[in-house]
Write a protein that binds this ligand. Structure first.
Ligand SMILES: Nc1nc2c(ncn2[C@@H]2O[C@H](COP(=O)(O)OP(=O)(O)OP(=O)(O)O)[C@@H](O)[C@H]2O)c(=O)[nH]1
Length: 782
């Protein structure tokens, strides 16, 4: 089952792990950071101490330098410039005292000695020497020696430092105390405009040799000059601090930090950097307070390498991320597993739903019955087949589906200790409306969750059985019809071999069924000439050769058309029997032709009747001669033939003379006999191919088929006249009868029947006019 809440909870686990990890990391980082801060602070303090110590020691070294130089002057008051240089060089100033601008000596020169002083120095080879700044003062302290004596130091040569208050203050302090004294911040005369640096000077007084200098007065009186060192503070401090300042910002102030306008020295100060570590130390050098302000720069921390805090935080963060990632992977796997399980569950449910759908939609009823014979479940088909709604069936005894008379058998099944595992039987079921239905039962005994159940598959075969009964009845009916019908009925297979024949067929054909079925084809009793003629006809109709065989009989039936056609069957005894034959194809359910059926009707009587009727329609009933209609047909044939051949034929019109008198004298019956006798007499006078017809009353037509000439026709007319004139026998008496004849010759007297008849009638009339018992040719048409 899908659990969104649980799923969301699991989804939060990676985040939770990450947060916990980060919190732990933060805690560890804080602890580490705190410890590290203490450690860093200690390191900073040490480094700051190093700086302070370096400055103090550096300045002490400088003091020693000036003390050494002062010792030189004290020992040798008239030290020469050369000696001073050699002394300085011996000290190796630049190497041993880096940052020291120089080592100098300023000689006390009272105003009275100023000129002599100048002259003396100028005499040493410096003709342009002068004491600066100019001006009248009580005493002067011009710089007379300064090593190294080149470069910018030359600018200080002759400079009276005592003239400048800051320097003078330091000089006076040094003079009065006899100790080294540092000046305040000054601008060294050596400085140029380029990269100026703050300056300071360290003075040490030199007193007259061996003079008592125990008091200030004595010192002021005995002072002869000052040894000094000028410092360009940047250069000096950098040289002093050297490598100790790495990662530290150092500011050096004259006096208290913050009270001075500008530092004597500043290195690495970052305005925007609020350093966690800063230290301010005051040192005393040359009797002067200096304030050192030391702060840790970012480089201080970087220089320490990757801090433990960073390591702890980095490792912790990494571990947190990894833990979160691992958790995410686990959650994802779980989600995947849950999803898979859900999909499998869904698939399972889908399968169940599918199975249920199949069960519900199957046409067969499915009824599940428990060991006690109670219905546990039914499908929709069961509702339809048995007519009970599902909710009424479930929980009911299965007996409700069984007719009363069969319930004992049904109960016996469930009562068995070991019921059959499966069963298949045709049974009778009971619908809710009381109607019994025929069903086919398939039972499967099964165990469902440890309980025995019977699953009945019930097919309602009532309709099937009913259809079978109907089919059986239909079959029986067909058999009865075939058995008793007077129609000859037989079937053949696709090859024409007879497969069945009914009694009427046997009677008609004279063959026993055993002589035909499975042995012969209908060709056995067909007229071969008719088969050949029909084959020719089909060949002509289909424009392809049709062999005179069995296919002739079924040519149309094979195309799906029932065929009615008259044939002549030849019985076993050779007698010919005209039949009206109906032929049709036998098709299976797929429409494939597997045989043919034949129904033959003996039309012997029918043919006879028809022949009679046709004869009546075309012959005179009294004399049996062709009537006017048939005569007309024959005349048309003669005209057609004459037209095709150009050979004439003749039409003779005979009318008896005074026949009314015969009727009146001897009676109508005798008259009829006379008419028949005349017909007979006429037949004696003409050829068989000629046509004698009675038009009606006492009027006859004789068609003398061509080719015939007028003379020949007239000869026939003569013969008829003579034959009649000899009298005819009628009613056992011989009666005198004559006739008048008109002769018309095609196409001399007419090209069609009407004109020929008219011409002959006119000629006959003229024969009458001439005294009867004569013939007359027709008048040639003009
Ligand atoms: N017995 C008999 N008489 C018929 C039949 N049909 C017509 N008749 C008679 O035949 C006679 C024909 O007479 P007509 O041809 O008019 O006259 P006729 O007496 O022959 O005189 P002419 O023709 O002028 O020589 C009539 O009296 C008819 O009643 C028949 O089928 N049987």
């Amino acid at each position: 089952m899908f659990q969104p809440t649980a799923d969301r909870t699991f989804a939060l686990l990676p985040l939770l792990a990450l947060l916990c990890g980060l919190a732990l990391t933060a805690g560890a980082g804080w602890v580490t950071s705190d410890a590290e801060r203490v450690s860093e602070r200690a390191r900073f303090e040490r480094r700051a101490d190093d700086v302070v110590q370096a400055v103090q020691e550096g300045m002490r070294d400088h003091e020693k330098l000036v003390l050494a130089a002062a010792g030189l002057i004290a020992a040798q008051p008239d030290v020469t410039r050369k000696q001073w240089r050699e002394f300085a060089e011996a000290l190796n100033l630049e190497a041993r005292y880096p940052g020291v601008q120089g080592l100098g000596y300023a000689r006390r020169t009272p105003a009275a000695e100023l000129i002599g002083h100048k002259l003396q120095v100028r005499a040493e080879g410096f003709p342009e020497y002068d004491v600066l700044p100019p001006g009248q003062r009580d005493e002067y302290y011009p710089i007379v020696y300064l090593e190294p004596f080149y470069g910018r130091n030359l600018r200080a040569f002759g400079y009276d430092m005592y003239s400048e208050p800051v320097r003078r203050a330091a000089m006076q302090l040094a003079r009065d105390t006899g100790l080294p004294a540092l000046s305040g911040r000054v601008h060294l005369v050596q400085e140029t405009e380029q990269a100026p640096q703050p300056g300071a000077l360290l003075y040490l007084p030199v007193y007259r040799k061996d003079a008592p200098v125990h008091s200030v007065e004595q010192r002021r009186r005995e002072i002869v000059g000052f040894v000094y060192s000028p410092y360009r503070m940047d250069d000096t401090m950098r040289a002093i601090i050297g490598g100790t300042a790495g990662g530290l910002a150092i500011e050096l102030y004259d006096g208290d930090a913050g009270t001075s306008d500008a530092p004597l020295f500043a290195d690495g100060l970052l305005e925007h950097w609020a350093s966690p570590f800063a230290r301010t130390r005051q040192i005393v050098s040359g009797q002067r307070f200096w304030t050192l302000r030391i702060t840790a720069k970012p480089a201080f921390f970087v220089a320490a390498g990757a801090s433990r805090t960073a390591l702890v935080v980095g490792a912790g963060a990494l571990a947190s991320v990894l833990a979160a990632a691992l958790m995410a992977a686990l959650v994802d796997r779980r989600r995947h597993a849950v999803k898979l399980a859900e999909e499998m569950g869904l698939a399972h449910r889908d399968d169940e739903a599918r199975i249920r759908a199949v069960i519900e939609n199957t046409a067969d009823a499915i009824v599940t019955v428990d060991r006690m014979g109670r219905i546990c479940d039914v499908n929709r088909a069961a509702e339809l087949i048995f007519g009970h709604p599902r909710d009424r069936l479930i929980g009911q005894s299965a007996r409700v589906l069984v007719p009363e008379r069969l319930r004992a058998q049904s109960d016996a099944l469930y009562a068995q200790a070991d019921p059959p595992r499966r069963m298949r039987v045709e049974w009778t079921g009971l619908r809710s409306d009381g109607r019994e239905i025929t069903v086919r039962l398939s039972m499967e005994r099964t165990e469902i969750q440890g309980r025995t159940q019977f699953i009945w598959l019930v097919s309602d075969i009532s309709e099937q059985r009913q259809a079978e009964r109907v089919a059986q009845e239909a079959h029986q009916l067909r058999q009865a019809i075939l058995e008793h019908t007077p129609l000859c009925t037989f079937t053949v297979d696709a090859n024409g071999v007879i497969t069945s024949i009914n009694p009427a067929g046997v009677r008609l054909l004279g063959y026993g069924a055993e002589e035909l079925v499975g042995l012969r084809t209908p060709l056995l009793f067909h007229d071969p000439e008719e088969i050949t003629a029909r084959a020719d006809q089909l060949s002509a109709e289909s424009a392809s050769a049709v062999a005179p065989g069995f296919d002739v009989l079924v040519a149309l039936a094979r195309c799906g058309r029932a065929e009615e056609r008259q044939w002549t069957y030849i019985r076993r005894d050779g007698a010919r029997v005209p039949v009206e034959l109906v032929t049709g194809a036998l098709q299976d359910t797929q429409g494939a032709v597997f045989g043919f059926h034949f129904i033959a009707h003996d039309i012997t009587e029918h043919a006879r009747v028809r022949q009679h009727v046709e004869s009546m329609a075309t012959h005179d009933a009294l004399t049996g001669l062709p009537n006017r209609r048939l005569m007309a047909d024959r005349a048309v044939q003669c005209i057609g033939h004459a037209r095709r051949t150009g050979k004439p034929f003749a039409l003779l019109l005979l009318d008896l003379d005074g026949f009314k008198q015969v009727n009146d004298t001897f009676g109508h019956a005798t008259g009829d006999e006379v008419l028949k006798a005349v017909a007979h007499a006429l037949s004696d006078c003409v050829r068989a191919i000629d046509t004698i017809a009675r038009l009606g009353g006492d009027e006859f037509v004789v068609l003398l088929h061509g080719p015939i000439t007028a003379d020949e026709a007239e000869a026939v007319a003569d013969k008829i006249v003579a034959r009649l004139d000899g009298g005819v026998a009628a009613c056992r008496q011989r009666l005198q009868v004559t006739g008048s004849i008109g002769i018309a010759l095609w196409s001399v007297h007419g090209a069609d029947l009407d004109s020929l008849l008219a011409a002959a009638d006119a000629a006959m009339y003229r024969a009458k006019q001439s005294g009867r018992n004569a013939w007359r040719p027709a008048v040639t048409a003009t």
